[in-house]
Design a protein around this ligand. Sequence first.
Ligand code: SAM
Length: 249
Amino acid sequence: MNHVDEMTERMLDDAGIGPGMRVLDIGCGPGAVSLMIVRRVGGTGHVFGVDQNPQMLELARRAARDAGLSNLTFIEGGFDVAFTERGTLDAVVGRRVLMYQPDASLAVAQLVDAIRPGGVIAFHEHDMVAISDSSTPLPLHDRVRSWLREMLRLEGANLHMGFGLHSALSVGGLAVQRVRAEANVLTPTSTYPVGAIIRSVLPRLQHLGIATEAEVDVASLDDRLAAERRERNATCLWEMVFCAWARKQ
Ligand SMILES: C[S@@+](CC[C@H](N)C(=O)[O-])C[C@H]1O[C@@H](n2cnc3c(N)ncnc32)[C@H](O)[C@@H]1O
């Protein structure tokens, strides 16, 4: 499990996601978080993964099949998605999805009526905070991060969703329980899969004219990043991860 998935698991612990719960994973994408949740809720619980992108839902369905998990349902839709269990759910969880909403508070408000009183809404988002990234210059790391930052900026995503989480969750009917931030730190021996992340967004980088396939050279990217850290014995702060959860009153 990579650093960021571990942070998601900690948020799921803190938000009390456990056996028997019925949970909506909003913006489930290819299903990584849905699979983490379904392992927690067990055979008596259920996960509803919702995404607006049917291609992502196909990947999620395949991941669930490959993992031999059946108590998941993947549904095409948005924050206002309608399905029978809506209104009685124990929790809604989302990762890296509020940052894409033009009005994050409105998006959260649309989820409040999906859960039962006492239910929880939890989000894991990232923030491009302006802090010193490393005590040692790491030009390749800086370049890769600048590709991601530029892509998100051009796509209109909120680069500071972390700082906006408390406000986004402070909507009628919800009481914010906690906002927490952790750094995803890369060391000379880390194996965090930056290459896989860049591979998954490569078509977007190319489409937006940010980087070419040759420039990215995704097959060797993780090796080159690891070599840069190793040769300089450098530790760097790759990104800040914010998690927040609120309870329905
Ligand atoms: C960066 S991906 C994150 C995927 C997944 N949550 C994860 O962490 O692995 C963002 C996902 O949110 C979905 N998304 C963005 N806005 C959405 C909306 N308004 N309704 C439903 N899905 C949305 C996108 O289609 C995409 O699959």
